[in-house]
Design a protein. Sequence first.
Length: 196
Amino acid sequence: MKSLDRFNSEKLSELDIAERARQFRGSFGISDKLYVDIIEILEFKLKEILPDFKLMIRRDIELDKTAYATNDPPRIFVRETIYDSACDGDQECRRILAHELGHLLLHAHIDGAKQKDLLGYTPQLTNMNSLESVEDQADIFARNFLVPPFVAFEYRRDIHRLSQLTGTPTNIASAAALISKRIEMLRIRQPPAKKQ
């Protein structure tokens, strides 16, 4: 079943979302990490920012979507097979969870479920662009959270290696590498300062 997209009046550029992903990586203490343990973030670290957050793992038959997020209360509902596969390092399942994390962190002001499934989504608003689409914004967040510009730029010439190091699908690693080359990403692609 395809999910419906939602409109976000807060237009966020690629750089805006990359900045927010970078800030949240810092909040979670993973600024300089190549590989993000998305399960650790969801199971333990997210509660430091959202104390009421719960990760709700459901039997596959109970959910018609692979995963979805709600903000009131803050929850991510996920199929058991997606969660288990993410625990085992499945790249696409890790991306799905990072996408839902993006909804929680970017779209708290939007009521209702924000969802996406493996089949994609059907736009509700035909003239909506990626700056207004919560689904596109969550995808951009997931890419920048899992493959930050400083990592993507460093490994831009070896997409396979970038994909392996970050535990992301090749298409996500490739997009991250391509976008990291943009001039507007210059400042954000600098590696974070090492803690003394």
